[in-house]
Design a protein around this ligand. Structure first.
Ligand code: NDP
Length: 287
């Protein structure tokens, strides 16, 4: 039987509709709209597309989008000064600095300058620490979205074996923390892992966050597993290019129990969860 297709586009649209209703209720009660500030340094084309998409979706659900588009030569001191202003601005609930930053800027120093209470990307060490210790934290958007997708096909994850392939700070590690918090037994695999197919085949939930096109195939998937493909890879397709995941979707869809496609799986969830984090931040401030 072919796997259930987990439609991230539809789940994200439904989440955004719910967020829009929450925002509308606050505004109808006479409160200000939540505000999300996004800072982009330089002209990386992928980042520009992503930031434009964030701004569009932010305003579509009734929130205020504050954009700082800065030239590539912007100094670290200038960026830090702007972050300090946004930290102090009561109309700003979320601050996001688009990564990657130009090489002359220390990304860690920038992330650490963001007020943890406005760190809607969940990258500040305070939020990373709170997530690891089970406290109330902003959770990085892609893992948060991936968990939502898993829950659409299985509510109780307790006792399941989850294998996360990839150990980055923005996807792999926080994803593993969330699965652990959901009472999964978690294995994190990476580039030094031996017998990757054998480890992946033990997974009831397999999360691929590697950045290698179609790397995981039929040899990596246990029958019935939930497969979450975080990877976004652009590959040649004739004279054009197309997006593919880290999972060979066609090879795996007859084995997995449920699977996310690329595009249209995890990708759309990331911005929706960013908006959710921003609204959560706003509501926390309201008490
Ligand atoms: P990173 O490059 O930061 O991390 C990749 C991870 O994959 C590393 O931990 C690396 O291991 C591991 N890895 C690399 N090669 C292998 C291998 N042969 N076998 C096993 N593990 C391997 O990537 P990100 O976490 O930032 O992103 C991963 C993918 O997810 C990318 O395709 C990215 O585009 C996509 N992405 C998608 C998002 C979305 O919105 N859907 C958001 C963010 C990312 P090691 O640590 O040992 O080097």
């Amino acid at each position: 039987m072919p796997a259930t297709l987990i439609d991230g586009k539809a789940v994200a649209a439904s989440l955004r509709a719910k967020l829009a209703m929450r925002v509308a209720a606050h505004v109808a009660a006479g409160k200000r709209a939540p505000g999300l500030a996004v800072m982009l340094v330089g002209e990386d084309p992928a980042s520009q597309v992503y930031v434009a998409s964030k701004a569009k979706q932010t305003t579509e659900i009734g929130m205020v989008s504050i954009e700082h588009k800065l030239p590539v030569e912007t100094s670290q001191a200038d960026l830090l000064a702007r972050i300090a202003k946004l930290n102090a601005d009561p109309s700003v609930d979320g601050i996001l600095v688009q990564l990657p930053l130009p090489p002359h800027i220390d990304a860690d120093a920038i992330i650490e300058a963001i007020d943890p209470a406005k760190d809607v990307d969940g990258f500040h060490p305070v939020n990373v620490g709170r997530l690891a210790t089970g406290g109330k934290a902003f959770v990085p958007c892609t893992p948060r979205g991936s968990m939502r997708l898993i829950r659409t096909v299985r509510a109780d994850l307790s006792g399941l074996h989850a294998v996360v392939v990839g150990r980055s700070n923005i996807v792999g590690k926080p994803m593993a923390q969330l699965l652990l918090a959901a009472n999964c037994t978690v294995t994190i695999a990476h580039s030094r892992t031996t017998d990757l197919p054998g480890i992946c085949r033990q997974a009831d939930i397999l999360v691929a966050a590697v950045g290698r096109p179609l790397m995981l195939n039929a040899a990596h998937v246990k029958p019935g597993a939930i497969v979450i493909d975080v990877g976004i890879n652009r590959v040649p397709a004739g004279e054009k290019t197309k997006l593919v995941g880290d999972v060979d979707f066609e090879a795996v869809r007859g084995i997995a129990g449920a699977i996310t496609p690329v595009p249209g799986g995890v990708g759309p969830m990331t911005i929706a969860c960013l908006l959710e984090n921003t609204l959560d931040s706003y509501e926390l401030k309201l008490g």
